[in-house]
Design a binder for this molecule. Structure first.
Ligand code: SF4
Length: 380
């Protein structure tokens, strides 16, 4: 069984190489096996389409034809030559990495993965690409292209953006790489992924591996690869006012009926802007509900709270309510909960306008607190 599996692996890798021999893209950095040029082309092709980067590559090797010429150039000159490609840190890292090769390796791009990956800006993919293409070493170069192609060929339903998916596929690439033409094999995968097994709609009708493809056999070629994107967490700074009156009440706000922490109680707060602009916004906002405050120093406590999509960094500021208008129009309606009604009846809670109240610390426990704000209660 194992032997049959190995034979079929040999079959598809050979089919791929046969296809590559006919359809290989004609690219300027493929004219030689110069590791420096291959390195430059790999760095340039990150985040840039091959066709768009071609003229940049040609100009680059005119200006810096050798590793030494790039190493001895001024950084400004290097960055200027990169203009139009964006992501200037890539140019600076390449420049730095090339200098390291000159200083540490006598101008010879190292032949070991460990040494390659120790160079500035060189990651696992670039190291694998340079070592396999320039030196024909059997080193995988696994990028998004390769992950997609293998996920389909082997019908792998692991998330290719996750550690497990990457590990499974990298190990498959290591197992299936041919011994005789590893560089060509990596380049063949690049070309195949760019022209046949493309991201959304693979061109299976023209695919030389259609008989070898497990996803095609199972009908999952449109579903694969699985990519589970992590949600970006938005960072928000909050200015939180712990504002009390001279007779021991604290100013509290009920959050809106919809959205995050709906209907829960919080200290007055403002998000975004600078600390100063948030302070002004808070003071003006409270004036509109008839409360005049003076804000004092920041408190020592800072609270961080992470929701699924947001991260709040909350800094508490102590303040004093010097004037509070009690009988404003549109007073808050506190209905339902018996404990709240009792606290109102006993004068522990004083309803104000809209969604605001004054509340003594002793009555805090009758209110449902917005969790992150509850962390400031011990400072009251
Ligand atoms: S048959 Fe389709 S999905 Fe499978 S490798 Fe070829 S192009 Fe990709």
């Amino acid at each position: 069984m194992k032997q049959v599996e190995q034979q079929s692996q040999v079959a598809w890798t050979q089919h791929l190489l046969n296809w590559y021999d006919v359809h290989k893209r004609d690219l300027p950095w493929r004219e030689s096996k110069d590791p420096y040029r291959i390195w430059v082309s790999e760095v340039m092709s990150q985040q840039t389409r091959i066709e768009a980067m071609r003229p940049y590559f040609e100009n680059w090797v005119l200006q810096f034809p050798t590793l030494e010429s790039l190493a001895s150039a001024e950084e400004d000159t290097v960055v200027r030559a990169w203009q139009g490609l964006g992501y200037y840190s890539r140019a600076r890292n390449l420049h730095q990495g090339v200098k390291e090769v000159v200083e540490t390796y006598g101008g010879q791009v190292p032949r070991s993965r460990k040494e390659m990956e120790s160079l500035k800006g060189v990651g696992s993919y670039t190291a694998g690409a340079v070592l396999s293409i320039a030196y024909n070493l059997r080193e995988p170069a696994v990028d998004g292209n390769v992950l997609r192609v293998y996920a389909r060929l082997y019908n792998i339903h692991e998330d290719i953006l996750g550690t497990v998916g990457k590990k499974v596929i990298t190990s498959l690439v290591e197992d299936t790489m041919p011994y005789d033409r590893p560089g060509d094999f990596n380049e063949a995968l690049m070309d195949f992924g760019a022209s046949i097994c493309i991201p959304k709609t693979p061109r299976c009708e023209s695919c030389p591996l259609v008989q070898d493809c497990k996803a095609k056999a199972e009908g999952t070629e449109q579903v694969l690869p699985i990519r589970i994107k992590k949600t970006k967490v938005q960072s928000v700074q909050l200015y939180v006012g712990i504002i009390s009156t001279v007779d021991g009440y604290y100013l509290l706000h009920r959050r809106p009926k919809e959205g995050l922490l709906q209907n829960m109680w919080e200290f007055p707060s403002v998000e975004g802007g600078t600390a100063e602009s948030r302070k002004v916004e808070l003071i003006e906002g409270l004036q509109s509900i008839g409360v005049t405050v003076t804000m004092e120093r920041p408190m020592a406590k800072e609270v961080t709270h992470i929701f699924s999509h947001r991260k709040w960094t909350m800094k508490g500021y102590r303040g004093e309510a010097t004037e509070v208008a009690i009988d404003m129009p549109n007073p808050i309606v506190l209905e339902g909960d018996e404990a709240v009604q009792q606290a109102v009846a006993e004068g522990q809670i004083i309803p104000l306008k809209e969604d605001w109240i004054l509340c003594r610390k002793e009555a805090f426990h009758v209110l449902p607190w917005a969790g992150p704000h509850g962390k400031f209660i011990d400072l009251c």
